[in-house]
Design a protein around this ligand. Sequence first.
Ligand code: T3D
Length: 262
Amino acid sequence: ADAVVRIEDGAGWRRLTLNRPDKLNSFNADQHVALKAALDAAAEDRSVRAVILTGAGRGFSAGQDLSDRNRAPGAPPPDLSETIERFYNPLIRRLRTMPVPVIAAVNGVAAGAGANIAFACDLVLAAKSARFIQAFSKIGLIPDSGGTWTLPRLVGRARAYALAALAEPVTAETAESWGMIWKAVDDAALAGEAEALAARLAAMPTGALVRLREGLDLAETGTLSAQLDWERDAQAALGRSDDYQEGVAAFMEKRPARFAER
Ligand code: T3D
């Protein structure tokens, strides 16, 4: 129960809970190592068909643990590229290449890298009391963990600049109305809604869900023509899958499909 990242399994899904509630689940090296190991294990385990990432206590994550950053006057400055290269960038790449969909269940404040880690997930549900804060500018930094890439794509450049420059908190309901997240839900319903969504995704054809993420990411940098070629190739590969055969058979036989590939 004291693990820095708690791991629980449901039917077809796994929940990873950041568990340093006294520090609003801000990231120190231990929490980074534990989360990366848990994501790697979930990626390896074929019984896991969807992952939920959430936080214990009243926060989702407050980003970097700043107590690791408070130095004595005159002490040499930290090299922030080390933590980013060692932890944050691999974490974002890991989330974005998971072989299953990842849901962020944002239970409370998501600040700094904590917000951008949530936005790197495939689907974001947030408790109505949760807030997203690009807190970086308050301490003299810029959004990292993909924030400079993700934010303008989610909300457009005008809002991205203002949110990051002003470190303006965004409520879950505003985040939903701006298209930053999938849904804001009542606080008491968040865990259940996340589980229901995970169960729903777990019953879906995982390969198609993962390729969908790849295609949307690719579309951010490509041309329509290149994307049409990619869709042809992706569809060709999916068309050879057992899940496609099962999906079509289930449709023709008017029964629910039983997808099993991963
Ligand atoms: O350094 C690198 O490697 C580069 C990478 C950077 C990535 C980043 O994420 S930089 C941004 C870091 N995060 C922040 O700047 C956010 C700092 N936190 C806050 O602004 C506020 O705590 C919140 C807006 C998130 C929540 O405010 P509130 O009023 O609800 O809670 P609080 O009272 O501020 O926090 C509760 C406790 O958590 C408190 O401890 P205490 O006083 O009860 O012992 C607070 O110090 C602690 N806490 C919150 N955030 C952090 C933290 N402790 C360490 N690091 C934190 N980031």
